[in-house]
Design a protein around this ligand. Structure first.
Ligand code: SAM
Length: 296
C-alpha cells in the first residue's frame, strides 16, 4: 500500500507550489478510472506529465510496459523516487515538459526496451497543471510524436471548450485546433474534494483519441489556423467583418465576400457556427489566392 499523500508531504517537508498547479489527486477510484480509460497494457509506453509525488505513476507502472514521468519541480523528486522505488519500468525526467523533445525521448526509450513495447504508439496520461493546459496539449498534438491517446484531467471549463460543437458559446479556436488532431470525449467529472489541496475549480477527465489522418485536407496548415483565429477573434462580429478586420488576409472585403459565397457560407454568419470542414474550405480558398501564397 502506498503511503498517504499528507504523510509523504510531511516526511519530505514538501511545501506545495500553487503557481505550478500542484493539486494532488488523492482519490484512488478516480486514479483507477483514468487508467481504465487509457486502456493501458504491458505493451504500452506511457508519458505522464507532472507525476507529483507519484500516486498515479505507481498505478501506471503496474499496468504499462514503461512510464516516462516528466516533473518540473526538483523538490518533489526525492519523494517521487521513494514512492516508486519498487518499480524498474519508470524513468523520471526532471524537466519542464514544454522543453522536452518528446520524439527523442520516446525513441530513446524504445531503443532500450524495444522488445516489450509492442504498441508503437504512445499514450499520454496526466492530471495536468492547469496553468499550462493548452500549451501542453497543443505541444503533444502538433509535434506528433506518435500518440494515439491522451487521457487528461483538466479544468471543467477547458474540457467543455475542447469538446464543444459548432454553434455554442464554448466552441472556439481551441475546439477547432484540438478537433483537427483528435476526437475529444468527456469521461468523468471530478469535484475539488478529490485533491489535496482542493482547487478552486471543478475538473473533468477527457480522452482525446488522436486521428491517424486529420478529418480535413488542408492546402496550408498555417493559413487554416490563421483563418480559425481570425474568425473567432471578434466573436460578436459577422464572419465577413471578423475576417476583414483581422488584417490577416491580403484581400479586400469584397474579395472575402466572394470567397465566402463560393464555398456556400453566408457572410452574416458568425465564426462560431462554422464546422471544421467549413473552416477547411475557407482556409483552402484563402490559400489558393495568389496574394496569400507566400504568407507565413
Ligand atoms: N500527478 C500528480 C497527481 O495526480 O496527484 C500531480 C498532479 S498536479 C495537478 C500537476 C503536476 O505538474 C505537479 O506535480 C507540478 O509540479 C507539475 N508541473 C507543473 N508544471 C510543469 C511543467 N511545466 N512540466 C512538468 N511538470 C509540471
Amino acid at each position: 500500500m502506498r503511503a498517504n499523500t499528507k504523510e509523504i508531504l510531511q516526511k519530505f517537508n514538501i511545501k506545495l507550489t500553487k503557481s505550478l498547479g500542484q493539486n494532488f489527486l488523492t482519490d484512488d477510484n478516480i486514479v483507477g478510472k483514468i487508467i481504465d480509460t487509457a486502456e493501458i497494457a504491458k505493451t504500452d509506453l506511457v508519458i505522464e506529465v507532472g507525476p507529483g509525488i507519484g500516486n498515479m505513476t505507481r498505478e501506471l507502472a503496474k499496468r504499462a510496459g514503461k512510464v516516462a514521468a516528466i516533473e518540473i519541480d526538483k523538490h518533489l523528486i526525492p519523494a517521487l523516487k521513494e514512492n516508486l522505488n519498487e518499480f524498474t519500468n519508470v524513468d523520471i525526467i526532471n524537466e519542464d515538459v514544454l522543453n522536452v523533445d518528446i520524439k527523442r525521448l520516446t525513441e530513446d526509450i524504445r531503443q532500450t526496451y524495444d522488445t516489450e513495447l509492442k504498441n508503437d504508439k504512445v499514450k499520454v496520461v496526466a492530471n495536468l497543471p492547469y496553468y499550462i493546459t493548452t500549451p501542453i496539449i497543443m505541444k503533444f498534438l502538433e509535434e506528433d510524436p506518435g500518440i494515439d491517446m491522451m487521457v487528461l484531467m483538466v479544468q471543467k471549463e477547458v474540457g467543455e471548450r475542447i469538446a464543444a460543437k459548432p454553434g455554442g458559446k464554448d466552441y472556439g479556436a481551441l475546439s477547432v485546433a484540438v478537433q483537427y488532431y483528435a476526437k475529444p470525449e468527456t469521461v468523468l467529472k471530478v469535484p475539488p474534494g478529490c485533491f489535496i489541496p482542493q482547487p478552486e475549480v471543478d475538473s473533468v477527465v477527457i480522452r482525446l483519441k488522436v486521428f491517424d489522418q486529420p478529418p480535413v485536407k488542408l492546402l496550408n496548415k498555417d493559413i487554416f489556423f490563421k483563418t480559425v483565429k481570425a474568425s473567432f477573434g471578434q466573436r460578436r462580429k459577422t464572419l465577413i467583418n471578423a475576417l476583414s478586420n483581422s488584417g490577416q488576409f491580403h484581400l479586400s472585403k469584397e474579395e472575402i465576400k466572394q470567397i465566402l459565397e463560393s464555398i456556400g457560407v453566408d457572410e452574416k454568419q458568425r465564426g462560431e457556427t462554422l464546422t471544421i470542414e467549413q473552416f477547411a474550405r475557407l482556409a483552402n480558398a484563402f490559400s489558393g489566392q495568389k496574394r496569400n501564397q507566400g504568407f507565413d
